[in-house]
Design a binder for this molecule. Structure first.
Ligand code: ADP
Length: 421
């Protein structure tokens, strides 16, 4: 604004000069025209200079100007200096970002709308074999495993998948896609080879130990039963009590070993799938159990008789565990509901009891191995703390879900949700 005023002031001075000069020599209008022409030509030259500088990309030295043009060029100079500073800051930031992503323990790849690779860090080369020249290539052309392709299409951000590295089959990678910005996704690959190896070792160890314990426990139980059946002349109450206790504990250990072996099988063995008559299976569980409670306390409702594709023995374990728990954790004179029903594409196995219930803070953890709500109380009731872990594993293997609703003092509702296949 100030520059314009200066410029107008300068033009006014020229006109005053023309007025004074014409007072001496006359020809005012001609003199004014000459002055205006000079001003016009000067401005045209300066505009041409600006135009030619801009057409050259506004690079190199900034031209010099007169009057207001000096200010205009000064503004250009300031904008250019600020831009240069910003560019320097940005490139410093990018350099820092690159350095930090290169030391990331995981491979990171930025994918565009069509899953084309836009950027990747150093570890992406080591774990997935991606090269600089792979930029703009679609990732599914480079990682060709079908499960990865399904994962890319699936748009399921909350899950991760495990694959073998495309460049080294020994490497096991966990992949996760994270969505950000407009249609962009970040693919993170983590090397979990060691973790998986340890997991297999743990599973094998538990399975082997459980297997090895089976025979000595059977022998021990056999001898204890024989001793219990013998007439004890001395009639020592302590001896009889001790034998009963030893037998109970041996049986408990046998259940534990059986449950551990079952869990190990669920984690390692192939599933045997067949069309299972679930109604018949549930009926058998409820009627053929040796415990007297089983049939008398169960209110059974079989609302559908559709067959379900799965592993019969695994389903038997899961359903028996849920029913046994409902009976165990509710008063002996109360009834429990067992319902098998169908709604649209979903099949429900419900077990409802009017027992002690489970406090909400325990619910997320009760499917963990050996997790028992009230250890002292649970210990009095028979159980291994593995029942619900078995249920969880069986359901995972059947792509099913477990829903638990419970209120302390009112009861619990366990629901297994299967997708009809
Ligand atoms: P357990 O052998 O102890 O029954 P589970 O894994 O089957 O082991 O169950 C874990 C814990 O969850 C149990 O110890 C118990 O505290 C609680 N629980 C399971 N089912 C019920 C139920 N129907 N009502 C109340 N508590 C239950």
């Amino acid at each position: 604004m100030w520059a314009w005023r200066k410029e107008i002031f300068k033009q006014c001075l020229l006109i005053i000069f023309a007025v004074i000069l014409s007072a001496f020599i006359g020809h005012f209008s001609q003199m004014l025209i000459v002055i205006l022409l000079v001003v016009l030509i000067q401005q045209a030259v300066l505009i041409t200079q600006l135009e030619s500088w801009l057409s050259r990309g506004a690079g190199g030295e900034i031209p010099r100007g007169l009057g207001i043009w000096e200010d205009i060029y000064y503004h250009f100079y300031r904008i250019r200096a600020a831009k240069k500073k910003r560019k320097k800051q940005l490139s410093k930031m990018i350099k820092q970002f690159r350095q930090s992503t290169d030391v990331l323990p995981d491979a990171a790849i930025v994918l565009g709308r069509d899953n084309e690779i836009q950027w990747s860090n150093k570890l992406a080369k080591k774990l997935l074999g991606l090269k600089k020249s792979d930029k703009n290539q679609r990732i599914h052309n480079l990682i060709r495993q079908p499960e990865f392709n399904d994962y890319l299409i699936g748009n399921q951000d909350d899950i991760s998948i495990i694959i073998h590295s495309p460049i080294d089959a020994q490497l096991i990678l966990q992949l996760r896609l994270v969505r950000y910005g407009l249609g962009k996704r970040l693919l993170i690959a983590q090397d979990v080879t060691q973790q998986k190896k340890m997991e297999v070792m743990r599973k094998n160890f538990v399975a082997n130990v459980s297997h090895e314990l089976r025979t000595p426990l059977t022998v021990l139980k056999g001898y204890l039963e024989t001793l219990g059946n013998m007439d004890h002349d001395c009639g020592s109450k302590l001896l009889i009590y001790s034998l009963v206790q030893m037998l109970n504990q041996t049986e408990r250990m046998q259940y534990l070993v059986d449950d551990l072996l079952l869990l190990a099988r669920l984690e390692t063995q192939q599933q045997k799938t067949d069309y299972v008559d679930v109604s018949q299976l549930i009926k058998t569980i409820c009627t053929e159990n040796h415990q007297p409670d089983f049939s008398s306390r169960i209110n059974l409702q079989l609302k559908t008789n559709v067959f379900f594709k799965g592993d019969k023995e695994e389903l038997r374990s899961a359903f028996s565990n849920l029913i046994a728990n409902a009976l165990k954790y509710s008063p002996t004179d109360s009834k429990i509901e067992v319902i098998w029903s169908k709604q649209e594409n979903e099949l429900y196995f419900d077990v409802i009891d009017k027992g002690e219930g489970i406090a909400s803070n325990h619910i997320p953890r009760i499917t963990e191995r050996f997790y028992r709500v009230d250890i002292n109380r649970s210990r009095k009731l028979e159980g291994t703390g593995l029942g619900l872990a078995i249920v969880k594993h069986v359901l995972i293997r059947h792509q099913a879900k477990l829903e638990i609703n419970s209120q302390v003092g009112i009861g619990s509702h366990f629901r297994c949700i299967f997708n009809q296949n």
